[in-house]
Design a protein around this ligand. Structure first.
Ligand SMILES: [Zn+2]
Length: 273
């Protein structure tokens, strides 16, 4: 079966990947495959391998068609990579971008559940960020926030061949993004967040990425504009089946979000304008 990638999947990262097709009759395992390299011309073998050249093989043979297994056009396909704690203590799993943000949200909302607070907090799990920051538009309208903190992963650049210009490194704390392709954060909010990290001694690193973007790219344009900042957990190999994050960075990220939210009273927020 041919398929359409949802979000930014790079062809070589998909070839040979075990996957699961989620059908209305249950999950069907399979593998993403390409034309056999032994049958490729010299030039073909160099790639690039685009999604349109790949397919999912669920091992059917003879006269059986995919619908015999309940597979229909539009069924989602997900990579198979179980959550694994690596010997060095890092966590490996699929889709840390942005399941890490989802768990950060749950933990932060738990910590902020105490009855006395100076603000109202909406914890939002947005949909379809990877295909055009769509849920950020609807949830922005719905919550109409005064300030937005986007919980994300950051692109770790501490692996062989990576650049060092924007050093997102595992184990060095929460990353505070000061620039990406869709958002230049409100500088007063940015400085406030960095100040909280320093005062509370939360390990942190500043990051700037000239590519990519987050829900922040949409939410900061909501209504008359929303001071917005992106805080993230550095993650290796995002947009692949197996990403790697560090628990210490995750804990630092949750702590920073909680401490920042606690400081946001009316006077502080008004000063961002
Ligand atoms: Zn992403």
């Amino acid at each position: 079966m041919r398929f359409n990638p949802l979000g930014g999947w790079w062809g070589p990262r998909m070839i040979g990947l075990p996957v699961s097709i989620r059908t209305s009759r249950g999950d069907v395992p399979g593998v993403i495959a390409s034309k056999n390299p032994f049958e490729m011309e010299e030039e073909e073998r160099k790639g690039p391998f685009k999604a349109k050249d790949l397919f999912v093989d669920v091992g059917l043979f003879g006269k059986k068609k995919p619908d015999a297994l309940g597979i229909r056009p539009g069924d989602p396909v997900t990579p198979l990579c179980p959550f694994t704690i690596l010997p060095g203590g890092a966590y490996m799993a699929k889709a840390w971008d942005d399941r890490a943000g989802c768990v950060m949200l749950v933990e932060a909302m738990r910590a902020l559940a105490a009855p006395k607070r100076r603000n109202a907090v909406f914890g939002v799990g947005t949909v379809q960020e990877e295909v055009g920051i769509r849920g950020a538009a609807t949830s922005g309208h719905h919550t109409n926030p005064d300030v937005c903190v986007v919980l994300e992963v950051d692109v770790a650049q501490d692996t062989p061949g990576s650049g060092t210009e924007s050093p997102g490194r595992l184990g060095e704390g929460v990353s505070i993004c000061v620039y990406d392709a869709t958002l230049i954060p409100n500088t007063r909010l940015r400085d406030h967040v960095i100040g909280v990290a320093r005062r509370k001694k939360i390990p942190h690193q500043l990051s700037a990425v000239p590519f990519g973007g987050t829900d922040g790219g949409r939410v900061h344009l909501n209504a008359r504009g929303v001071p917005t900042i992106v805080v993230g957990v550095p993650a290796r190999h995002i947009h692949s089946a197996a990403g790697i994050i560090c628990r210490r960075d995750f804990d630092a990220a949750v702590k920073l979000v909680v401490e920042v939210v606690k400081t946001l009273d009316g006077k502080t927020v008004a000063a961002f304008a």
